[in-house]
Design a protein around this ligand. Structure first.
Ligand SMILES: [Zn+2]
Length: 113
């Protein structure tokens, strides 16, 4: 997909330059050329920005786990202290697996204890 976008951007940029070079005083051609080059720039910008966005959302998920995973968190079954290592985020929900009693359950977004 990225290669297609680059080719498209190259084509837009090429036509943009052609329009500007061949404008010969015609304002409309100059405007079309600038718009085409701008479109090419936007396409290249989008291909470079999109992968970073995914990384940011991934980091936010980890941060969310850090907020919930407090030091005082205890196992619902045996009351043993739980750490971040005992938790796993699956499909937006937090799952806990107790290292003491082996109980595994899902934590709601707003813990009531
Ligand atoms: Zn337990």
């Amino acid at each position: 997909m990225r290669i297609v976008t680059y080719i498209l951007a190259a084509l837009l940029g090429f036509f943009g330059v052609m329009f500007v070079v061949g404008a010969q005083g015609v304002v409309m051609r100059l405007i079309v050329g600038i718009v085409l080059m701008g479109g090419a720039g936007v396409l290249i910008y989008l291909t470079r920005v999109q992968p970073e966005k995914k990384e940011i959302t991934h980091v936010q998920k980890i941060d969310l786990t850090g907020d919930v995973a407090l030091e005082q968190m205890k196992c619902q079954s045996c009351g043993g202290a739980l750490s971040k290592d005992n938790m796993e985020v699956k499909a937006g929900a937090i799952f806990v697996e107790c290292p003491y009693c082996g109980a595994s359950y899902q934590i709601e977004e707003a813990p009531k204890w």
